[in-house]
Design a protein around this ligand. Structure first.
Ligand SMILES: Nc1ncnc2c1ncn2[C@@H]1O[C@H](COP(=O)(O)OP(=O)(O)OP(=O)(O)O)[C@@H](O)[C@H]1O
Ligand SMILES: [Mg+2]
Length: 408
């Protein structure tokens, strides 16, 4: 297998991150050897939507050029993350008659085409179509129907759509920066690709990517993505509480949060004092306990809302592997104990690791989950197309993505 470069670009509400890697090994899953990363504060994008094209273009260029400098090479194609409240997902069913006695891959393609043939509203576009289940002559629970015998093939697809204008503007920003967009990928799909282990996906797991303005949420069981959602809150909500609670401006609240912010569970002296910026020349201090109380209360509130979504969507399913938390907020000291209490389930912090090698230390923070996952997604895509690996029915999101490109 010839080696290629794969580049992920995550334009987040707080930071924009780029990861350049080399797709190095051919197993049943590829490995990405990290060569370079770039990170820059995001400008021109609010809540995952471009608000200033010029500034967004500069942001993308800065992050990519920094990664290129570290890698010592130029890249031309990138996998770009898409997120935001405009994202929507629905299930759709398709049925076809099987002509021969054995199901072949063209039958699977046909049944996917039927399930996908739902009217997509004019200004929306299909981002991913993820197979959930196959039925052959009414027998369900089939992961890959190719080679089975039957006369009737049915599938259920999970269709993820986004607003065309929002997606189009992100793509335009990246292209104006001088790069080609190889594919657009929903950010929670990318983040979960980088932080979840295969056995967790089988057992049942919820992935929570807490960024600045949004929280990406995905649920997996029996090896497939079952639910995707972008929730409209994140670390900025903690900053807002500190602005109100401590009467300090935004930048100061964020600084205090990132320096002293922790949940009580960390066990530091709550009476220790944290200095605030002077007002009218006079010294102001608050107790660490007060800062931690505000942080913990907001974290609890956000976890409760996420847990409620989980219960609403899957009241019957138990997440055997619990919850994996990633994204910039995940570095908050004490977050694990708060999450365990709120979810009443096992929780761990997810950092990029699965399928990665090379300069691991530059991507090992939870904030890099999405960017690293985008590069891994690129490697999956290459394995499927360039690497010559076959069938559409394998059920991997990327393979469906590649397949969708053939049909649109
Ligand atoms: N040391 C820290 N302690 C607490 N919070 C932190 C720390 N470092 C970063 N954060 C918070 O993490 C959030 C940013 O996370 P991340 O970089 O994953 O977001 P993003 O991808 O830019 O945003 P989004 O995913 O919403 O588009 C911010 O709210 C930031 O204040
Ligand atoms: Mg993010």
């Amino acid at each position: 297998m010839k080696s290629i470069l794969v580049t992920g670009l995550d334009i987040g509400s707080t930071y924009t991150r780029a990861v350049i890697g080399e797709c190095v090994r051919e197993f049943h899953r590829p490995e990405v050897k990290v060569l370079g990363v770039g990170r820059t504060p995001t400008d021109g994008v609010r809540k995952d939507q471009v608000t200033d094209l010029e500034a967004a273009t500069d942001t993308a260029r800065r992050a990519l050029q920094e990664a290129e400098l570290m890698a010592g090479m130029r890249v031309d194609r990138v996998y770009v993350g898409v997120s935001g409240e405009h994202v929507d997902a629905n299930r759709s069913v398709g049925v076809v008659a099987v002509a021969a006695r054995e199901i072949v891959s063209s039958d699977v393609k046909r049944v996917h085409a039927v399930a996908r043939a739902v009217p997509v509203i004019r200004d929306r576009e299909l981002l991913h179509a993820i197979p959930q289940n196959y039925f052959v002559d009414n027998q369900g629970g089939i992961k890959d129907p190719v080679g089975m015998s039957g006369t009737r093939l049915e599938t259920e697809l999970y269709l993820v759509t986004g607003c065309s204008a929002v997606v189009g503007n992100i793509v335009r920003g990246v292209e104006r920066a001088g790069y080609r967009v190889q594919d657009t990928v929903l950010e929670p799909i990318a983040a979960s690709r980088a932080v979840l282990a295969e056995d967790e996906r089988e057992l049942g797991v919820a992935m929570v990517d807490m960024g600045g303005a949004t929280t990406g949420f995905s649920v997996h069981y029996e090896g497939r993505i079952r639910h995707l959602e972008v929730l409209p809150f994140g670390g900025n909500a903690i900053t807002s509480d500190l602005i109100r609670g401590l009467s300090v401006p935004f930048a100061e609240a964020r600084r205090i949060k990132e320096l002293h912010g922790a949940a009580h569970a960390r066990g530091l002296d709550p009476d220790e004092l944290v200095e605030l910026p002077r007002t009218n020349g006079s010294r102001r201090e608050v107790s660490r306990g007060m800062v931690e109380g505000l942080v913990e209360e907001r974290l609890e509130n956000m976890f409760r809302r996420i847990n409620r979504r989980l219960q609403d969507v899957f009241p019957q399913v138990s997440m055997g592997a619990g919850v994996v938390i990633t994204g910039g907020v995940a570095v908050t000291p004490g977050i694990l104990a708060v999450a365990k209490k709120s979810f009443g389930a096992p929780v761990r912090i997810g950092v990029p690791g699965e399928g990665l090698s090379g300069l691991m230390d530059v991507v090992d923070g939870p904030g890099y989950a999405t960017a690293a996952g985008l590069a891994l997604h690129g490697a999956d895509y290459f394995m499927d197309t360039g690497g010559g690996v076959s069938t559409v029915a394998s059920g991997m999101v990327t393979r469906m993505g590649a397949w969708l490109k053939e049909f649109f």
